[in-house]
Design a protein around this ligand. Sequence first.
Ligand SMILES: [Zn+2]
Length: 123
Amino acid sequence: MARALAKSTIKRLEKRLVDERDRLTEVIRDIEAEREEVRLSETSSERSPDPNTAEGGSLAFELEKELSVAQNAKDLLEKVVIAMERIEAGTYGSCADCGTVIPVARLDALPYAIRCVDCAASR
Ligand SMILES: [Zn+2]
């Protein structure tokens, strides 16, 4: 089995995970606050935006786009949290499926990766 990650490497990646978690939390909070604002203005205005008008259609499109951004951010946040739990548990850096040590280059690119390239590809 390859050598486990150096403590300094884990520290470096952990900092990136913490930054990423904070960034994602903010993105999700912003989008949800904005959606709440839209919801309130919709209920308070005389009529909801009509999706058949250009304005209403693009608003619906914007909301849909933001929903998918929020969903992606949530998915990513979940991965980041799982990776952080693995740091806590001392299992970070080895593949969750086969146990092989994940190359540092992969973790530098994707600090939240918990599987080696082969196992990630076979999912
Ligand atoms: Zn693997």
